[in-house]
Design a protein around this ligand. Structure first.
Ligand code: AMP
Length: 249
């Protein structure tokens, strides 16, 4: 079995994001970028399935600028076999990404696609679901456990009321939740080995897909700054402030 893992290059989750002064988006200049954390979990899960003998190959795919090859390289250093970069200057929306992934699936014919449940930059949580619809494959989103069982996969999902267990016939689409696993760190020998692993470059034209955005971002605003706290001298003072300033008593 072949597993395809889409990985997105996003602002590192440790970076404090700054909104551009013209409010058209966030500032990406000189900002540390990294693989979307949910995609690291997807890569880890695919590698564990391979190590358990359920898969022969783990292929990574990223849709983005040339820099996205660094993100693919990160996944190759974790242990994935090869990568595909769909190179574009367009900032893609989930529909465009899913269309590109649909075309990559047609070329690669994987039995399983494991995506992150959401990208931490756009917080869309849509790509896996749209891809499953385009492919007409079963889907299990927010996976917290994945087990291959012959020509099927059993997935435990985190839902509001607790845990739901689904059994899907392969091929299928899975999206990862935070508690599925803890991604490994790449070892130095694997980082060096990853430099030699192949990354194929494709364009939207090669895949015959239209990545043009359908949405217009009207405005991006930073959250309001937090007001500073005050240290009060006594419980009586607190009661007074709750009455007079906060108006809650
Ligand atoms: P989203 O629907 O944008 O929240 O993204 C959900 C998941 O889709 C991500 O965790 C990735 O696995 C995948 N994905 C989204 N955008 C891209 C991209 N540009 N390249 C590769 N994978 C992507």
């Amino acid at each position: 079995m072949k597993i395809l893992v889409p990985v997105k290059r996003v602002i590192d989750y440790n970076v404090k994001v700054r909104v551009r002064p013209d409010e058209t988006g966030v500032d990406l200049a000189n900002v540390k970028m990294a693989m979307n954390p949910f995609d690291e979990i997807a890569v880890e899960e695919a590698l564990r399935l391979k190590e358990a003998g359920h898969a022969e190959e783990v292929v990574l795919v990223s849709i983005g600028t040339g820099d996205a090859s660094e993100t693919i390289r990160t996944g190759l250093a974790m242990g994935a076999d090869r990568g595909i970069l769909v190179k574009t200057e367009i900032t893609c929306e989930p529909l465009g990404v899913a269309k590109a992934l649909n075309a990559v699936v047609a070329r690669e014919t994987p039995e399983l696609v494991i995506l992150g449940k959401q990208a931490i930059d756009d917080d869309c949580n849509q790509t896996g679901q749209i891809l499953a619809a385009l492919l007409d494959w079963p889907q299990a989103t927010f996976a917290s456990d994945v087990a291959i069982d012959g020509d099927a996969v059993t997935v435990v999902r985190e839902v509001d009321g607790g845990l739901e267990t689904l059994r899907l016939t392969l091929p299928a689409v899975i999206t990862t939740d935070l508690r599925l696993n803890e991604p490994r760190y790449a070892s130095l020998p694997n980082i060096l080995r990853a430099k030699k692993k192949p990354i194929e470059e494709l364009t939207a034209d090669d895949l015959g897909v239209d990545l043009a955005p359908r949405l217009t971002v009207v405005r991006v605003e930073a959250p309001p700054a937090r007001r500073g706290g005050v240290v009060l001298g006594s419980p009586a003072e607190l009661m007074e402030k709750l009455k007079t300033e906060a108006g809650v008593l």
